[in-house]
Design a protein around this ligand. Structure first.
Ligand SMILES: [Zn+2]
Length: 119
């Protein structure tokens, strides 16, 4: 069911053509704004992604988790692979936030790449 993201109503929602990308457009007859209730497959937000990953890690099968989170099975499979790749091989020390360690690795990687490409 469509829900207006502006006034959060679920009634008085009518289909109103499609976007250039092919998403169904809806129009809210209450606040008269147009919106797309179902984002494209590649456009899941971070919260949805985290929820799907958590469901899968909680012992659900990937298909069950994908269905509960409302995402495609293929997307979830990709996220889980990515999630596994991002897991640290050793536990980070309490005074070393993971974010900083990852940034350092990224900068090191970019630095090396740049050096190679300019040689
Ligand atoms: Zn509305």
């Amino acid at each position: 069911m469509a829900q207006c993201p502006h006034c959060l109503r679920t009634d008085e929602q009518v289909k109103n053509g499609k976007t250039a990308a092919g998403s169904q457009l809806y129009r809210c007859k209450v606040c008269r704004r147009k919106y797309t209730p179902e984002p494209q497959a590649h456009g899941y937000d971070q919260a949805t992604r985290q929820r799907a990953i958590r469901l899968a890690l909680d012992g659900n099968s990937q298909r069950q988790a994908a269905r509960h989170a409302g995402v495609s099975h293929g997307s979830l499979a990709n996220w889980l692979k990515q999630y596994a790749d991002e897991l640290p091989t050793t536990l980070p020390l309490p005074d070393q936030p993971v974010e900083v360690a990852e940034q350092d690795e990224l900068f090191t990687f970019l630095g090396e790449k740049k050096t190679k490409s300019t040689s």
